[in-house]
Design a protein around this ligand. Structure first.
Ligand SMILES: [Zn+2]
Length: 359
């Protein structure tokens, strides 16, 4: 539907362009005959037809243009710093059948498991994934692989660029609608209608695809459990993080590892009311994501797998992450007793500031 709507829109614009072109040709010929312009016919014709404040041609050109841009770049963490995690990402990407990320970012803050693509000008598109060391403390090694695979699907299967293009086409349609005189708008009704229906019926399609592909590669059981933990517990852990962070900022000493400190406090209490609240929220579909029961059911349609991590937690499986978390924590408290000698400014805080919409 989206595909058809987009192409009908383009075809209608091409028809309009032919129509407007014929009128322009007549007008320019008249201009030349009455000697109201010194410019050559051809120059005058294209000036009038393709001027940036005309509607049809710029919209048509824009509809075809490959103009995705996103400045939020950053080097991420190198292979030397995270050899095991890079190995996992490459292996999972190969199993998923998509390119590996160009950058891996880490965060100690909640809600930072996400993926995006960056591009400056018409340069190459770079794929980024970010992982929250806090949220991933909730899950096992195998469940974390499901979370990582989910983000790799977003980055590797061009979801961000597709989302951009979808929004662009809709904007162009509305803009052309707004600028055309009303009889000409009629030709937009069918393309715009089809496009809107297509977009609405494909809501959450990227999330479903990411869950399904992750489940196929890592196992439906691990993907479903990861989703449950992340959606039911991560909101509670986020509240605890805010408390630990605020306390450390006020106190004398800061923790050596911020996410670890938050997780330790979290695991000491039940937080049953907060968990109930998160459970109630999780059954409502969000703007980006389907509801938790729907996501779990979707994942469980893929076969279960034994997994590779046994009972180990994600953090235990990647000791390199502890060192990374220490470096990150120093960027939060460069002046605290624990971190006096850190070179905070050189750390990768900038890359982590890339807090885009969670995907
Ligand atoms: Zn997602």
């Amino acid at each position: 539907m989206r595909f058809l709507g987009r192409w009908l829109f383009r075809i209608y614009l091409m028809q309009l362009l032919t129509f407007v072109g014929a009128i322009t040709a007549v007008l320019v010929t008249l201009e030349k005959l009455t000697r109201r312009t010194e410019l050559p016919w051809k120059t005058r014709f294209f000036d009038r037809l393709l001027s940036p404040d005309s509607t049809v041609y710029p919209a048509l050109k824009q509809s075809f243009a490959d103009d995705f841009e996103q400045p939020t770049d950053g080097p991420g963490w190198s292979e030397d710093q995270l050899p095991r995690l890079w190995g996992t990402c490459r292996a999972l990407a190969a199993a998923l059948g998509c390119p590996p990320p160009d950058a891996i970012h880490l965060s100690v803050e909640p809600g930072d498991c996400m993926a995006w693509q960056s591009r400056v000008g018409d340069g190459p598109v770079r794929r980024h994934i970010a992982l929250s060391l806090l949220d991933l403390r909730l899950v096992s090694h195998d469940e974390a692989r499901a979370v990582i695979a989910h983000e790799l699907v977003h980055a590797g299967f061009d979801h961000v660029r597709q989302g951009y293009d979808e929004a662009k086409q809709a904007t162009l349609m509305r803009a052309v609608w707004g600028r055309l005189p009303w009889p000409l708008r009629l030709g937009l009704l069918v393309p715009m209608g089809l496009y809107t229906i297509g977009v609405e019926s494909a809501a959450h399609a990227h999330e479903r695809e990411a869950d399904r592909k992750a489940a196929a590669v890592v196992g439906g059981n691990h993907t479903a459990r990861a989703l449950e933990r992340m959606m039911l517990q991560a909101p509670v852990l986020a509240r605890v993080f805010a408390v630990v962070h605020a306390r450390a900022a006020l106190g004398e000493r800061a923790p050596q590892r911020l996410a670890e400190a938050a997780y330790q406090l979290y695991s000491r209490y039940e937080f049953s009311q907060l968990k109930e609240h998160a459970a109630a929220e999780s059954v409502v579909p969000g703007e980006q994501h389907p509801s938790l029961p729907e996501r779990v059911a979707g994942s469980e349609r893929e076969p279960s797998r034994a997994g590779i991590g046994g009972q180990r937690s994600f953090i235990e499986a990647y000791p390199e992450l502890l060192a990374a978390e220490e470096l990150l924590t120093r960027t939060y408290f460069p002046d605290k007793a624990h971190h006096q000698r850190s070179d905070a400014s050189q750390l990768r805080r900038k890359a982590l500031a890339a807090r885009l919409k969670r995907r």
